[in-house]
Write a protein that binds this ligand. Structure first.
Ligand SMILES: [Zn+2]
Length: 477
């Protein structure tokens, strides 16, 4: 009985761990490695295991760094089921199909580049829409809180992780001969007391815990203060004229922003704004969110009963087509535009930035982390001028960063989740940059917990709960 860490060990993206029980092999997540130039090749590299030899996948949630290589796994021979919550499955459909379209565009671009250099070899996309559709057909919906047999000797129960809709902590009871072990994989954990979603569940029981540590070194800004700041920005913007741009991830953040606009509609005097959700993907994701109201927290369910967060915004316009998006450019004043991508690396927000950044009376409100090297980061860092579509654009608009909107819990949230576990099981930390994982390990160790940072390739004997070597017996496909 073994667990081996392959992805999101020592880094944040590419979550993927393999469980071996009684001769069966099972993956926890199969995510895409994201960011920068090197990872594109890492995603194409052979898996460090035989894809056809994987019997099943358990998927914690729909973010692409957790599910993004599932189509590739299928392409390389995986034929087992993927277990996920129904909401996770619905969101994964949106994200994987988008990812396939992006892979096709990337391959075309690369091909054109090589052709100019005289290379006529065809470039295959990482995976196709057909690969994505094929793996999506293997999804099996598993509700929270119900134990189901996944494989002989593997019983799975999902618990709410409060991170995005349908996100789960994975509890598995493993049996092999006389040996029985309960493993808890946290998945990505949300903040407590966020809107729409329930809090991460407590009371989970495990002999060993694999836990995320994305913000293991951070303390988030207080939610109340964040909302007060958001309201103040919008009130002042209305007084001064101009537009407000809100770059936002399509899944999760867009819905959260809409929800806050809906619940503070009167308080923030939003009646005479035009509000645009300018992202077909965010519109689709919102449909999934509002369809799964059974997963909402009490407050959101109550709002839903009274008409729902979307209808509470009578001045919300959903922009599906490019024409509808371009029409926003004719609005000089009084538009709130929510569009992707969240870090401004592409998507419709880039066009809106081009039109509004040089205007002193406009505002740009960032609600999420901006990675180094992205357009979003350049703006947040206070550059006077940025490059958009190859042209210099002056930054005259006011730029704001709202700190309290993270989908990930901070150190206090992570410690609170751990303290809610039964017993004090040993922990292996994943899904964090080194300094975040180290900070959380130190915080846990101070509380007398046996905590380790999982090195990539580390193989854990679940019987003795000890490492049995970094990379034994790889089986490349
Ligand atoms: Zn996530």
């Amino acid at each position: 009985m073994h667990l081996q860490f392959f992805g999101a060990a020592g880094e944040v993206t590419g979550s993927c761990h393999i469980l071996e029980v009684g001769g069966r092999r099972l993956l926890l997540d199969c995510g895409l490695i994201q960011g920068g130039a090197v990872p594109a090749e890492r995603n194409r590299a052979p898996f460090p295991f035989d894809a056809a030899g994987i019997d099943a996948v358990i998927l914690s949630h729909a973010h692409i760094d957790h599910c993004g290589r599932l189509p590739l796994l299928h392409k390389r021979g995986f034929r087992g089921p993927v277990h996920a919550t129904a909401a996770c499955r619905d969101l994964a459909r949106i994200l994987l199909l988008d990812s396939a379209a992006m892979a096709a565009r990337d391959a075309e671009r690369e091909q054109r580049k090589r052709r100019r250099g005289g290379d006529r070899h065809a470039i295959e996309p990482l995976f196709t829409t057909d690969d994505a559709e094929a793996v999506l057909r293997t999804f099996r919906a598993v509700p929270y809180g119900r134990a189901i047999g996944v494989l002989p000797g593997v019983e799975l129960t999902f618990r709410d992780a409060g991170h995005i809709l349908g996100s789960a902590s994975v509890c598995v009871r493993l049996t092999e001969g006389d040996l029985e072990r309960r493993l808890v994989f946290s998945g990505d954990l949300g903040q407590y007391d966020t809107p729409i979603l329930r809090d991460p569940e407590s009371g989970l029981a495990g002999d060993v815990v694999v836990m995320e540590s994305t913000y293991g070194a951070r303390q988030h800004r207080d939610r109340e203060a964040t909302l007060a700041e958001f309201g103040e920005i919008l009130r002042r913007a209305r007084r001064d004229g101009g537009n407000v741009l809100i770059p936002a991830f399509a899944v999760g953040r867009s819905q959260e922003v809409l929800y806050e606009l809906g619940t503070h509609f009167d308080e923030w005097q939003l009646g005479d704004w035009q509000i645009f959700l300018d992202s077909p993907m965010a519109i689709e994701a919102s449909d999934v969110y509002w369809r799964h109201a059974e997963l909402f927290d009490e407050e959101a369910r109550e709002l839903r009963r009274r008409g729902g967060p979307m209808p509470q915004l009578p001045n919300l316009k959903l922009c599906r087509t490019v024409d509808e998006s371009m029409a926003i450019n004719r609005v000089a004043d009084g538009a709130i535009v929510i569009a992707g991508s969240g870090m401004c690396t592409g998507g419709r927000i880039v066009h809106h930035l081009k039109h509004n950044l040089p205007r002193r009376e406009c505002d740009v409100v960032f609600t999420g982390f901006q990675a180094a090297g992205t357009l979003g980061r350049a703006i947040v860092d206070g550059r006077d001028e940025v490059n958009i579509h190859g042209l210099p654009v002056r930054v005259e608009a006011r730029v704001h960063t709202l700190g309290g909107f993270s989908a990930h819990g901070d150190q206090a949230d992570l410690l609170r989740w751990y303290s809610g576990l039964k017993g004090r099981p040993p922990v292996w930390l994943v899904h964090g940059e080194r300094e975040s994982s180290d900070a959380l390990r130190e915080a846990l160790t101070r509380q007398g917990v046996q905590a380790h940072v999982a090195e990539p390739g580390l193989r854990l004997d679940l019987g003795s709960l000890s490492a049995v070597g970094p990379r034994p017996g790889p089986a490349p496909d």
